[in-house]
Design a protein around this ligand. Structure first.
Ligand code: M6R
Length: 612
């Protein structure tokens, strides 16, 4: 996730771009850059100073021209290519006369780059983006104008993009386009803007428009015109914006948690993008030889909190699909128990932040014992990413709410893709089975949308139980880590007592706590184990508990055991946490709202825990 901004028609574009970039920093800050255009020149500055990238860019811009009427700016969240100035946007063509910014992932960048290099283009970055600048350059040389060249280029591209392009040959014009990645256009008298989202241009533009997939917009000081990728005229839908800055930063949602829950389909799509090529699962950044992965004898996953729960989901997936023994350890326990790992082990640290000290030290311990260490993280170049032998990135974008939501789902997707890759290498699943599971995985974003759309139904269930003091979450198989995650979410933002249990374990002790007034929430989304869950629920119901089931929409039998149901769409059982957890997030969210609590800043908690 990156942030982009552009303006054309201003008497001084620079301050508009810099202020916009500061407001877009939440979308990434590995590096930042601007390109400014006046009548005869294109001026570019880029900085890669980690969290300070935008302020370092502001310093660099002291020597920038102050009369540029058009400009584009970018703040980067690295996906392809490490954070660094050479990979920072804007990227240019060979002539340096064309500058381009991009948010998204160009899936077929490697093949495009190969062809462009063969035709003499020189690349200065290792991003997936730079191919766009060079391919547009080629079409320009063939005589197409900028708008036509952008369209021709995008017709060759697979993947996700929001782009904006400046060309010294066409002053006072920005060409912008979008597929999947967000893009809005804003207008005011004599000035036209573009941005990844509203806050960047909130107090500049007077009217706002949403760019749709495969629309190309030509922005001039007088306004804009729009076509589709064939060149046929098209229109933008106007967005009514009556937010203040804080509301705009939350995208119109009341809280960052709600916003981030709604970003989950996009986080999953981004994490899947470009990782299946000709049926092969490929992680560009996971630089481990196939043979090493193939011969791994044991996988150990270490993590904390929600990341520990996703690691537990991965255990079920890796063991089922790749037939390798998997251990999952709470990171803070791992290094103090003399763990048995060696050169035949694959140790995976799972961490949204990549900075959790317990997980970092666990990975160091594993490394010192000769294990191959992989980090799965959302933050490019985080400590874990740097220290591990290899890294696999989730691409959820920056998560602001202390409570993890979209990064949790993105971790499960990344881990399950890794499980399928191991299965592919070890030949433990047929090509047809892998293809079918990948298809089901690619259906998940739409199914998550469906769960999110059931929000009002979840709120109604919460209304019935909002005064409850004790919650038990039950599940079997991957329903168990889902139950743990549901209980953690509830504890974190509502401060009520909640525990997660393997459903079969309840009768070995905790059943003594079940009495009228207790609410039991059960995951009934595993078809094979459904009957066993029903038996467990009969046990708690007969002791007076209220039962809420998380169940498949086609499950007719659930009414017999549940007082209330949170319905989710059907998927294969190992993918069910990706839907069930969303329903549990909604449940926790509404309970916190009902109690008037601040979900974005739960008491006593920090987003990143860097103490042992
Ligand atoms: O950054 P990490 O994934 O390593 O963080 C681990 C936990 O601190 C984190 O998941 C925590 O439990 C969250 N607050 C969960 O919502």
């Amino acid at each position: 996730m990156c942030g982009i901004i552009g303006v054309v028609g201003s008497s001084d574009a620079l301050p508009i771009l810099l202020e916009g970039l500061e407001r877009l920093e939440y979308r990434g800050y590995d590096s930042a850059g601007v390109a400014l255009q006046d009548a005869a020149h294109l001026w570019r500055a880029r900085s890669a100073s980690g969290t300070e990238s935008v302020s370092a860019l502001i310093d660099l811009c002291e020597s920038a021209p102050r009369d540029a009427s058009a400009g584009i700016g970018h703040t980067r969240w690295a996906t392809h290519g490490a954070p660094g100035e050479h990979n920072a946007h804007p990227h240019t063509d060979c002539s340096g006369g064309l500058a381009l910014i991009h948010n998204g992932i160009i899936e077929n960048h490697a093949e495009l780059a190969e062809a462009l290099t063969a035709r003499g283009h020189v690349f200065t970055s290792v991003t997936d983006t730079e191919v766009l600048a060079h391919r547009i350059e080629e079409f320009r040389r063939e005589g197409l104008n900028l708008e036509e060249s952008v369209r021709a280029t995008l017709n060759e591209v697979r993947g996700a993009f929001a782009i904006a392009v400046l060309d010294i040959e066409e002053p006072n014009v920005i060409v912008a386009a979008r597929r999947v990645s967000p893009l809005i256009v804003g207008t005011a008298a004599h000035c036209t803007y573009l941005a990844s989202d509203v806050p960047a241009i909130l107090d500049r533009a007077e009217r706002f428009y949403v760019v749709d997939d495969d629309q190309v917009c030509v922005l001039t000081p007088q306004g804009f015109h729009v076509t589709d990728l064939t060149g046929a005229p098209s229109t933008l839908n106007e967005l009514v914006v009556n937010w203040d800055l804080e509301a705009a930063q939350k995208g119109g949602f009341d809280t960052f948690m709600e916003k981030e829950m709604h970003e989950q389909p996009g986080a999953i799509t981004a994490t899947l993008l470009d990782r299946v090529r000709d049926g092969d699962i490929i992680f560009d950044e996971l630089r481990i030889e196939d043979d090493r992965l193939r011969h791994v004898e044991k996988v150990t996953l270490v993590a904390c909190g929600s990341s520990y729960h996703t690691a537990m989901v991965a255990k079920y997936a890796i063991e089922r699909w790749a037939r390798v023994a998997v251990e999952v350890d709470i990171a803070s326990e791992f290094r103090y128990r003399d763990p048995i790992v060696d050169g035949t082990s694959l140790v995976i640290g799972v961490s949204q932040s990549g900075e959790t000290i317990d997980t970092i030290t666990a990975l160091r311990e594993a490394k010192s014992r000769g294990a191959m260490v992989v980090a799965i993280t959302n933050i490019v170049d985080s400590s874990m990413a740097r220290e591990a032998d290899a890294v696999l990135y989730t691409r959820a974008g920056l998560e602001i709410c202390v409570v993890a939501t979209k990064t949790v789902l993105a971790q499960i997707v990344a881990l399950e893709m890794l499980a399928l890759r191991l299965a592919q290498l070890r030949g433990t699943l047929s090509a047809a089975d892998i293809e079918s599971l990948l298809e089901r995985l690619h259906e998940i974003p739409a199914l998550v949308e469906h769960v999110l759309a059931s929000d009002a139904a979840v709120a109604r269930v919460v209304e019935e139980v909002k005064d409850t003091r004790d919650f038990f979450f039950l599940g079997r198989n991957v329903g168990y880590p889902t139950a743990l995650e549901g209980a953690l979410k509830l504890k974190e933002i509502t401060y009520v007592h909640a525990e997660g249990y393997p459903a079969g374990e309840l009768k070995h002790g905790p059943l003594a706590l079940i009495e009228p007034g207790v609410v039991v929430i059960a995951m009934i989304t595993n078809e094979e184990l459904k009957e066993k869950l029903f038996a467990n629920l009969a046990e708690v119901k007969s002791r007076g508990a209220t039962v809420i089931a998380v169940a498949h929409e086609n499950n007719q039998d659930v009414a017999a055991v549940a007082d209330y149901v949170l319905w989710v769409p059907v998927t294969v059982s190992l993918l069910s946490p990706l839907l069930d957890m969303v329903a549990l997030q909604q449940f926790a969210y509404h309970l916190a709202q009902a109690r008037g609590l601040n979900v974005d800043r739960p008491r006593n908690l920090a987003k990143t825990v860097t103490v042992e």
